[in-house]
Design a protein around this ligand. Structure first.
Ligand code: ZN
Ligand code: FE
Length: 255
């Protein structure tokens, strides 16, 4: 049985996610920017928190972890590589480790770039991937700690997931991201259609932080750094995919 999922807007533009296994009753939250909206979402759904899954060490993703742990007794999962700068972990994770929520098994992926210890959680049965500040909607995280080559490898790893995977990211940066995407690839018709759809979604108050991987591949410029047409449009025909990615990331930083 697939996991139930709720998007929980937190702080100014962060997103946390609740994951619930109806069979076992296990309920996890992915990242804890703040506690009040998470308690509210749990109460509304009638779920009891059992697990806290951390993607990376930035304060806007872990700021509420210790309070939520005190409130609920939930177990804390996070990257072993970053254990020294995360709240105390009950389960220290490395790539290939599994997070079990009832029958559903979530795979841990190392996705360094934004930070060196950033991990993602992929739940294949439910077709969900929690990518936080690695792969973002129509964008990717800034390179605060890792190299462009590392981030490109991370994005390639995520691109290899099934196309119908729902990418659940850490923030709503879609306005800036789609503006940059248009400047990087002005002739992309799928992108233009998506921006029109996003305007409707935004007006209707629908969350902007989730999208299928297929849609990301069609419209996210950072996932398109390997395309000859993208390289040609930027006069970088001879560039490697990672070099093209680095170029796009640098353009976005100055955008
Ligand atoms: Zn971050
Ligand atoms: Fe963040």
């Amino acid at each position: 049985m697939a996991l139930e999922m709720r998007v929980v807007p937190c702080l100014r533009d962060n997103y946390a996610y609740l994951l619930h296994d109806p069979q076992s009753g296990r309920t996890a939250v992915v990242d804890v920017p703040d506690t009040a909206p998470i308690h509210e979402a749990l109460d509304k759904a009638g779920w009891r928190l059992s697990d806290i899954l951390i993607t990376h060490h930035h304060e806007d993703h872990i700021g509420g972890v210790m309070r939520l742990r005190e409130d609920t007794g939930a177990a804390i999962w996070g990257a072993a590589a970053d254990a020294h700068r995360l709240p105390p972990l009950d389960h220290a994770l490395s790539e290939g480790d599994v997070v079990a929520l009832g029958q559903e098994r979530g795979a841990v992926l190392d996705v360094p770039g934004h930070t060196v210890g950033h991990i993602a959680y992929h739940f294949p049965q439910s077709k969900l991937a929690f990518t936080a500040d690695s792969l973002m909607i129509c964008g990717c995280g800034r390179l605060f700690e890792g190299s462009a080559a590392q981030m490109w490898d991370s994005l390639c790893k995520l691109m290899a997931l099934p196309d119908d995977t729902l990418i659940c990211s850490g923030h709503d940066y879609t306005l800036g991201n789609t503006a940059f995407a248009t400047s990087a690839e002005p002739g992309n018709a799928a992108l233009a259609a998506r921006i029109a759809q996003m305007a409707q979604d935004r007006a209707a108050g629908r969350p902007m932080a989730v999208a299928t991987l297929a849609l990301e591949k069609a419209t996210n410029p950072f996932l398109r750094a390997n395309l000859p047409a993208m390289k040609a449009a930027h006069g970088m025909e001879a560039a490697t995919d990672a070099q093209m990615f680095a170029h796009l990331r640098a353009l976005k930083d100055r955008f």
